[in-house]
Design a protein around this ligand. Structure first.
Ligand SMILES: *[C@@H]1O[C@H](CO)[C@@H](O)[C@H](O)[C@H]1NC(C)=O
Ligand SMILES: *[C@@H]1O[C@H](CO)[C@@H](O)[C@H](O)[C@H]1NC(C)=O
Ligand SMILES: *[C@@H]1O[C@H](CO)[C@@H](O)[C@H](O)[C@H]1NC(C)=O
Ligand SMILES: *[C@@H]1O[C@H](CO)[C@@H](O)[C@H](O)[C@H]1NC(C)=O
Ligand SMILES: *[C@@H]1O[C@H](CO)[C@@H](O)[C@H](O)[C@H]1NC(C)=O
Length: 358
C-alpha cells in the first residue's frame, strides 16, 4: 500500500496522535526525552486534525493576556505609531516582522505575502531558514521535546503557531515559541477552513524573507532526526515534499466533482497527506492562487476534503516536476479508518523509533 511505501523514505517524521493530552502525555514526554538523548533527533508531524478542533474549542479559551515587555522598536514600528523617532523603513523591520500580531485581513495578508523580489541578489547576508508551522487546536503537548530540538539553532528556523482564536500559548519568554502565534481563525475538520489556516500560516511565514522552506506540523508531531539533519535535508533538497497520487477509489477520484470542469479534469485530480513541505517558490504560488482555491471552496465539500486534495492537485497541474510527490511526515494509517493510529505511553518503545526511521 501507498502509505507503507512511504515509510521507507529516509527522512520521516512520525506523527503520533495524542488524544489524551494532560497527564498521560506528560509521562510520555518524559519517556521520549530519555530515549531521545544522544540518539534522536528529527522532526515530525501528525496526522489529521480531527474533530477535536471543534469539540474542544470551548475549553481552551483562556484570558488573552498580552505578552509584556515589548521592545521599543517593535512598538513604534507597528503600522501607525510615530515613525519620526524610529526608522520605519529600516531593512530590519522590512525583512522580518518582529511582531506577528497584525490587523491584516486574509486578503491583504496573501497579497503582501505574494510579493517576490525581482532582483536575484540580496543586499544582505541571507541565511536561509526553515519555517516550522504548527497548526494546532491549543496546547502543544510535545513542547519540551521541540524546545530541545530547536535549542542552539536560533538563526536557522522560525516558528509560527495557528491555534484557536483567543487561545494564548503560555510559554516562557525564553522559549522559541514565545510570541510566535499568528492571528488565527476558527478551523473545522474537513472543511475549507483547514486549507485557509494552512495558507494563513504560509503567508505569515512568507513575510520573513529569510524563510526558505515551509513545513506544516501539528501538536502531535515529534521530530525523528536532530535539527542539523532535518535542516540540511530540507534546505538542500531540489524537490518540495507534497504527497500527490491518483487514488482510483471512492476516497480519491470519488471525491472529484464534475462541476470543476473544464478547469480541473478528473485526470488532474490528486490526493495526498495534509502535511506538506514547500520551498519558497511553491509557497508563494499557493498563497497567490485564487482561481483554483475558489473552485475547491465551491465544489470540494464533504465527503471531499480540501486539505487532502487542493495543494496536491494544484501542484500536480502546474508544478509537478518540482514535487517529490511524497511527504516527509510519517503517519500510521495501519489501523484503518479515517483517523490515524494513536500512540500512548505503552506504545513508545525503541522498536517504534526504528520503525519511524526505516
Ligand atoms: C503588535 O501589533 C499589534 C497590532 O498591530 C499591536 O496591538 C500590539 O501592541 C503590537 N505588539 C507589540 C509588542 O508591539
Ligand atoms: C502562564 O504560566 C505561568 C507559569 O506556568 C502561570 O503562572 C500563569 O498563570 C499562566 N498564565 C496564564 C494566562 O495562563
Ligand atoms: C524551489 O524549487 C525549485 C525546484 O527545485 C527551484 O527551481 C526554485 O529555484 C526553488 N526556489 C527557491 C526560492 O529556491
Ligand atoms: C512527481 O509527479 C510529477 C507529475 O505530477 C512528475 O512530473 C514528477 O517527476 C514527479 N516527481 C518525482 C520526484 O518523481
Ligand atoms: C498501543 O498499545 C495498545 C496496548 O498495548 C494496543 O492495544 C494498541 O494497538 C497500540 N497502538 C498502536 C498504534 O500500536
Amino acid at each position: 500500500m501507498r502509505r507503507s511505501r512511504e515509510e521507507r523514505d529516509d527522512l520521516e517524521k512520525s506523527c503520533s496522535v495524542a488524544k489524551d493530552s494532560s497527564i498521560g502525555l506528560l509521562r510520555l514526554i518524559a519517556v521520549l526525552i530519555i530515549f531521545v538523548v544522544g540518539v534522536i533527533i528529527g522532526l515530525a508531524s501528525s496526522s489529521h486534525i480531527d474533530r477535536y478542533f471543534t469539540l474542544q474549542a470551548g475549553q481552551y479559551y483562556t484570558n488573552y493576556a498580552l505578552a509584556p515587555t515589548p521592545t521599543s522598536v517593535d512598538r513604534k514600528c507597528t503600522i501607525v505609531q510615530n515613525c519620526e523617532k524610529v526608522d520605519c523603513l529600516s531593512m530590519d523591520s522590512f525583512l522580518s516582522p518582529k511582531n506577528l500580531t497584525h490587523s491584516l485581513s486574509d486578503e491583504e495578508l496573501f497579497w503582501r505575502a505574494s510579493m517576490v523580489p525581482k532582483e536575484d541578489e540580496y543586499p544582505y547576508k541571507r541565511v536561509p531558514k526553515v519555517a516550522f508551522m504548527f497548526l494546532t487546536r491549543g496546547p502543544l503537548p510535545m513542547l519540551p521535546l521541540w524546545e530541545r530540538f530547536f535549542l542552539g539553532h536560533e538563526k536557522l528556523f522560525s516558528i509560527y503557531v495557528h491555534a484557536l482564536p483567543g487561545y494564548d500559548l503560555n510559554v516562557s519568554s525564553t522559549s522559541p515559541f514565545y510570541k510566535r502565534q499568528i492571528p488565527s481563525k476558527k478551523v473545522e475538520w474537513g472543511t475549507i477552513s483547514l486549507a485557509d489556516a494552512e495558507r494563513r500560516l504560509l503567508a505569515n511565514a512568507l513575510l520573513d524573507f529569510s524563510n526558505e522552506r515551509f513545513v506544516l506540523l501539528s501538536e502531535s508531531c515529534i521530530p525523528v532526526y536532530n535539527f542539523p539533519t532535518v535542516y540540511k535535508y530540507l534546505i538542500e533538497s531540489v524537490h518540495s515534499f507534497v504527497e500527490a497520487y491518483d487514488d482510483p477509489s471512492r476516497y480519491g477520484r470519488g471525491r472529484y466533482s464534475r462541476r470543476m470542469q473544464p478547469h480541473i479534469k478528473l485526470a488532474d485530480w490528486r490526493k495526498g497527506s495534509q502535511w506538506f513541505e514547500l520551498n519558497r517558490t511553491l509557497a508563494v504560488v499557493v498563497v497567490s492562487d485564487t482561481k483554483y482555491y475558489t473552485i475547491f471552496r465551491k465544489y470540494c465539500l464533504p465527503a471531499c476534503y480540501p486539505d487532502e486534495h487542493y495543494i496536491p492537485t494544484y501542484l500536480h497541474m502546474f508544478y509537478g516536476s518540482l514535487n517529490a510527490n511524497r511527504t516527509v511526515t510519517w503517519v500510521d494509517w495501519s489501523m484503518g479508518g479515517p483517523h490515524p493510529a494513536t500512540y500512548g505511553k505503552a506504545n513508545i518503545t525503541e522498536r517504534l523509533y526504528s520503525v519511524f526511521k526505516e
